[in-house]
Design a protein around this ligand. Sequence first.
Ligand SMILES: Cc1cc2nc3c(=O)[nH]c(=O)nc-3n(C[C@H](O)[C@H](O)[C@H](O)COP(=O)(O)OP(=O)(O)OC[C@H]3O[C@@H](n4cnc5c(N)ncnc54)[C@H](O)[C@@H]3O)c2cc1C
Length: 404
Amino acid sequence: MATLSRNTDELARSQGTDFFATDDLLTTEELSIRDRVRAFSDEQLIPVANDYWERGEFPHTLVPRYAELAVAGGTIRHYGCPGMSPLADGLVALELARGDGSFSTFNGVHSGLAMSSIDLLGSEEQKQRWLPTMARCDKLGAFALTEPDHGSDVVRLETRARRDGDYWVLNGAKRWIGNGSIADLVLVWARDEDGHGDVGGFVIDRAEDDPIGYHPSVITGKTSNRALWQADIRLDNVRIPADNRLANSRTFADTNRCLTKSRQTVAWEALGHAIGAYECALAYAKQRKQFGRPIAGFQLIQDKLSHMVADITGMQLICLRMAQLQAEGRVGLEHASLAKLNTATGARRVCAMARDILGGNGILLDHHVARHHADMEAVYTYEGTDTVQSLIVGRAVTGMSAFA
Ligand SMILES: Cc1cc2nc3c(=O)[nH]c(=O)nc-3n(C[C@H](O)[C@H](O)[C@H](O)COP(=O)(O)OP(=O)(O)OC[C@H]3O[C@@H](n4cnc5c(N)ncnc54)[C@H](O)[C@@H]3O)c2cc1C
């Protein structure tokens, strides 16, 4: 006898989990943006997410619909960007991740990392040149920082930029670069050989410059974030115009400003995964009968659900306050790291409990929780592993750096 809804996508529809009524703190505009992206996730993303995930394909067809949402560029003002509040920008990341982690990572890379870096460190001319076309998603962005030999210690990156007349010549290797094989604009972080080895950001415009020597290969065999392609990239004497170096990128401290911004987005993403997994588990527990009644009526299931919603409510309050601080320009790397530490750890726990509540269906893609559970492993790792967030917060609270 069928006891579960045949349409498992219904399990994943938003239930608007908001135990402490944080919606009351949102402006009309923030609510409107949130609802627009929530509807996109429920109606367009969730119905196709499992299929793309299983096939390891990126849903290119959703990019024009994402563009129509008019959220690319997040908090950036002017240049055709939405100029949202940090809170609205965070809610976009949350709602996309609640739908699908791969697509929210696409948003995080394109809008959060690539566009924000150009906005933070580009000249006026560079912003005019790149941001409007990226806001329309006519050109997609990537952010190439991590290297095969430098992940957590990426401050030691080895990719080189050499000045040659009116060009920069890039050599090196990058790893794990989201959109690295499909992006038109790839922001590569490299050491300026002529400038005391300081780190700068160099934009490769693959559409305009058709750079010979840019060799991306998609990383296969992933068990997480399968519907977004990350690439290994080899840079062999890639020549780019001299004015493609981000004008205000001079040292790794500038790179860190970009990471501080995008790490906040990742904290919201983790919250989105937690809510997605929790809501599926709650809906499932109300439908699934064992021992003659819905499992939601059993004390131990309720205990799990209560801990999950307690975790989520704490994360919502941290993210909300972080957005308020960001609006006041008061978020440092340690704040972003604390938020990501909190939400990634909590969301991983929530996803594991959701997976447990679904029994065997917890490892089936079509019940959605398995995807959140697997995708949280990527969130837990990128933008700095959990351990690295601990070291950053630890340095802030002790005044002593535990980094080598
Ligand atoms: C799905 C995905 C998408 C990504 N997207 C991008 C992207 O778009 N652009 C980009 O530039 N990068 C991207 N990354 C790279 C990501 O930021 C790195 O994977 C991350 O920084 C960790 O680096 P690593 O994988 O080399 O691990 P490592 O640095 O090798 O870490 C291995 C282990 O050692 C631990 N460790 C390291 N140092 C210390 C220490 N001092 N003390 C204690 N423990 C330590 C780590 O916590 C971890 O447990 C992505 C990664 C993934 C998985």
